[in-house]
Design a protein around this ligand. Structure first.
Ligand SMILES: [Zn+2]
Length: 461
């Protein structure tokens, strides 16, 4: 007898009529909500009110040290992986954190269950997968406590911007909505439980921009979330065409970053503030932009160090790797977790008056670097396209050991001559031995998760 394999969930979804797709999507939403918003959820959101960050730095650090010591003691007791590596006495200062071992993605990848407290019921664990923008996916587990905590932190940031979970919202992300080959709208699905218009980031081609905007207006969305590059594509269309944007209170982005110039374009087009956030699936939201466009660490939710290759803190003004200790849960802990992302520490207090540590920029992933013919690694390249006029999107690609191509998606006001200044800016970082060209492209490739990488290395080095 021949065994007929069950169709995969995705095939089932693709071949269902729209009404059934909506039921399937909502069933998944119910499952996720069971992890996210439960128990005394409102109290947790209130605890994470961002007004806390105006308190003096010393108060914040005192609270963090207390919370950290509680976490470390619990983790040591519950998770065998940490029994021998965490100290058996409380730390006396946050600076002592550097004496604890860091946790790499490779360690998580090798044995994700080793990081889970054995006292947890497996059915209460959410196995999560990151796409791995470097091409290597990663599985990890979060318990209900961690998931709820991370959600409360994100909801508290939303509420500080006068937006609330439950108000109609639109989200652009790599979540699967419809097959890539589909050429007719809708490229979105309405999730009743979240009141969320889940929009596909994969189908944003110029011919479909008006349809996306119409869908946002039809659903009367109050705020936007998700990939900033998607919002930016729609924003450039609005400014070029004069099409009417939906009335949004704010756009709160995640998963990737855009330049401050692109952010200003989105704010102008939609007529609302745009707030970029930084976080990862493993540790949740870690930082958000204040009105001065600095990223403030959500120090009530986690400790985020910026460290050099030895794991020591970098000096103010310097760039290093973001290493996170999350306060979310002792059952599925992340302690000194190496995110692989880079941030530049601010050298002074932020003019906004908040006293949590702030970053001037997030420079992208450690792997998003270019290696020059003389062997230097250059990572901070996102700003070299600044002198370009009328650049909608760009990507810097290393296509040979001595060759860079800057790919440009032009806006209608693109000035080719301005690319000379861009090449010159790139040459200042990459040196005279690197050949630097530019080319026009219609679209830039996205990763499997639909994200745009600004710097890519297309050769093995
Ligand atoms: Zn600030």
């Amino acid at each position: 007898m021949r065994l007929v394999p069950l169709p995969s969930q995705q095939q089932l979804y693709d071949h269902s009529p729209r009404w059934l797709q909506r039921i399937l999507v909502n069933a998944e939403a119910v499952r996720r909500e069971w992890f996210r918003r439960h128990g005394d959820y409102r109290r947790l959101v209130a605890e994470h009110n961002p007004a806390w960050y105006f308190r003096p730095r010393s108060d914040q650090e005192e609270w963090q040290l207390h919370r950290l010591n509680h976490l470390l003691a619990e983790v040591r007791r519950r998770v065998p992986f940490y029994r021998d590596t965490l100290p058996d006495r409380p730390l006396t200062s946050l600076a002592d954190l550097t004496s604890l071992p860091m946790l790499s993605k490779e360690q998580v990848r090798r044995n994700p269950l080793a990081l889970v407290a054995p006292d947890l019921n497996r059915r209460t664990l959410w196995p999560r997968k990151t796409s791995g923008s470097t091409g290597t996916p990663l599985t990890f587990y979060l318990d209900r406590e961690a998931t709820r905590y991370n959600q409360a932190v994100a909801d508290a940031v939303l509420e500080s911007l006068d937006c609330q979970f439950g108000q109609p919202r639109a989200r652009f992300s790599g979540a699967y909505v419809t097959p890539y080959t589909r050429t007719q709208p809708p490229f979105w699905v309405w999730i009743d439980l979240y009141r969320q218009l889940q929009c596909s980031a994969y189908h944003l081609a110029p011919a479909y921009y008006p349809h996306y905007l119409q869908a946002l207006r039809d659903h009367a969305v109050v705020y936007g979330t998700g990939y900033p590059t998607s919002w930016h594509l729609l924003a450039t269309y609005i400014l070029e065409s004069g099409d009417r944007p939906p009335a949004l209170r704010a756009i709160i982005t995640d998963s990737e970053g855009i330049s401050l110039e692109q952010q200003a374009v989105v704010e102008q087009a939609f007529g609302c503030p745009v707030v970029q956030t930084y976080g990862t699936g493993e540790v949740g939201q870690i930082a958000w932009q204040c009105e001065h466009h600095r990223y403030h660490v959500l120090s009530r939710a986690a400790i985020a160090e910026v460290v050099d290759e030895q794991g020591n803190p970098v000096a103010p003004g310097e760039t290093g790797q973001i290493v996170v200790t999350s306060f979310a849960s002792s059952g599925t802990p992340f302690i000194r977790y190496q995110t692989g992302d880079l941030a530049t520490l601010a050298a002074d207090d932020c003019p906004c008056g908040r006293h949590s540590p702030s970053w001037l920029a997030i420079e992208g992933r450690i792997d998003d670097r270019i290696k020059t013919p003389d062997g230097r690694w250059i990572g901070r390249l996102s700003h070299v396209t600044k002198p370009g006029v009328g650049i909608k999107e760009s990507q810097i690609a290393q296509v040979a050991h001595d060759r860079i191509v800057i790919r440009v998606v032009p806006a209608s006001d693109f000035v080719p001559a301005s690319m000379e200044a861009v090449i010159e800016a790139a040459r200042r970082y990459l040196g005279p031995t690197m050949h630097i060209d530019w080319e026009l492209v219609e679209r830039l490739p996205r990763t499997r998760a639909g994200k745009l990488r600004h710097v890519v290395r297309e050769i093995e080095v």
